[in-house]
Design a protein around this ligand. Structure first.
Ligand code: 2AM
Length: 175
């Protein structure tokens, strides 16, 4: 069994920009996510049996999904999950289409899929008990040209993520 999720996995420049933006959010006593772990989840799959993992790895989960741009410029917090996050100013239809496609692929592989509305976000800190303070406006332009299947592993210093496979998105991103 592997603990898997589909995600947007930033390139190095975008990762650095997201990490800089995250550093400008004062999360007070929260525990920050390490820059290497920053990502945007499309669908969390949980513990996936080997057969379903093989099917997902060999498949084309979103063959007609198109590339798009995310302008990440919001910072916020959810009291219920105690998570502080960054989020896009607008949610492109292509993002929701991609999220729906990978959820369908998970469903087809016999995995349970999330029924709650999709709320795209990049978690920047956990165990946040009070609303964080955003110290500076920011905007990170993230050109999304692929997506990934990622494994969550538990290491000595918390979660560690390994990209298992990437799939390119169709077309070019606009400005
Ligand atoms: P989060 O960052 O908002 O906690 C890997 O754990 C990724 O899957 C995280 O980005 C996490 O979102 C997301 N995820 C969604 N549902 C989850 C769940 N039930 N348990 C763990 N992670 C979940």
């Amino acid at each position: 069994m592997a603990r898997l999720f589909f995600a947007l996995w930033p390139d190095e420049a975008t990762r650095d920009a997201l990490a800089k933006a995250a550093a400008h959010v004062d999360v007070r006593e929260g525990r920050r996510v390490r820059p290497a772990n920053l990502h945007l989840t499309l669908a969390f799959l949980g513990n996936v049996p080997a057969a379903a993992q093989t099917a997902l790895m060999a498949g084309e989960p979103a063959p007609s999904a198109a590339a798009f741009t995310l302008d990440v410029g919001l910072a916020g917090w959810w009291r219920s999950s105690r998570v502080a996050w960054l989020a896009p100013l607008e949610e492109p239809l292509a993002l929701h289409a991609l999220q729906a496609a990978v959820s369908d692929a998970a469903d087809a592989a016999g995995l349970p899929v999330e029924c709650r509305p999709y709320r795209p976000h990049v978690t920047i800190a956990r165990h946040v008990r009070r609303a964080p303070r955003s110290l500076e406006a920011f905007e990170v332009r993230w050109q999304v040209t692929d997506f990934a299947l990622v494994e969550s592993l538990q290491g000595a210093v918390g979660a560690h993520y390994e990209v298992r496979r990437r799939w390119p998105l169709a077309g070019r991103v606009g400005n």
